[in-house]
Structures are given as structure tokens and as C-alpha cells.
Design a protein around this ligand. Structure first.
Ligand code: SF4
Length: 117
């Protein structure tokens, strides 16, 4: 089966054409300009993951930008966003502070991406 994707690893957005066999294994990737595109296609078609970026609210109502420290499985993103939206934090926070440990049992922490007083 042929599947087409757009690589999201850099602004060039290369159009990738992949061939997937009957067991779901990616057997070829073309259209990529660098090896990151091949790796992206293989991961996307077998174990799709994303970094989640959003904001949490401080008790004062100020939004604090956050992201997952690592990519999480795509099917966990909705749970992760719900968990992030359910917390209120105390200020100040520094960039890189852990806001939620092991969010939604993913093994990944949510961290602040900016210092907020
Ligand atoms: S294949 Fe390489 S050059 Fe093309 S979009 Fe992906 S990272 Fe960028």
C-alpha cells in the first residue's frame, strides 16, 4: 500500500511517498531531502507521536505556556490536554519547571516554556 505524508520536521515540508507492506512495515520512503524525513515517516506510520504545547492557568488567571518534555503517543493527546487544563498552578514559575509529572500516565512530564511572575 502506498501512503503519502508531508514531513513536519522542518519548514521545507517535503512530500513523502511511503510503501507499507501487508504486515504494516514501512518498506520504502521517497521524497525526503534528509534522513529525518525517513525517520518521521516510519514513526508516523507505526507509532505516531507528538509534542503537546498549550497553556495552564495560574491561580491568578494568568496563562503559563507549557509543553510535554517529550513526544507522547497521538492517541494520548486528548487525555494529556484534559489533564493540563484541569490544573491551576501557583506563580512564579521558571522556564523548565515541571508543572505535571507523568501526565496521564505517559511517563512524560509537562514543563513550563517561559518564566512567569
Ligand atoms: S525530509 Fe528533511 S528537509 Fe524535508 S521536511 Fe523533513 S526534515 Fe525537512
Amino acid at each position: 500500500m502506498i501512503k503519502e505524508l508531508t514531513c513536519i520536521c522542518c519548514p521545507m515540508g517535503c512530500s513523502l511517498k511511503t510503501e507499507v507492506n501487508e504486515t504494516g512495515e514501512v518498506v520504502s520512503v521517497t521524497g525526503n531531502t534528509c534522513v529525518r524525513g525517513e525517520n518521521y515517516a516510519k514513526t508516523e506510520l507505526t507509532a505516531s507521536v507528538r509534542i503537546v504545547t498549550t497553556t495552564v492557568l495560574a491561580e491568578s488567571g494568568k496563562p503559563v505556556p507549557v509543553k510535554t518534555e517529550e513526544a507522547v503517543a497521538k492517541d494520548k493527546i486528548s487525555d494529556v490536554v484534559k489533564s493540563i487544563k484541569s490544573v491551576k498552578i501557583k506563580l512564579p514559575v521558571k522556564m523548565g519547571d515541571v508543572i505535571i509529572k507523568n501526565v496521564s500516565d505517559t511517563g512524560v512530564n509537562v514543563i513550563s516554556t517561559r518564566s512567569v511572575d
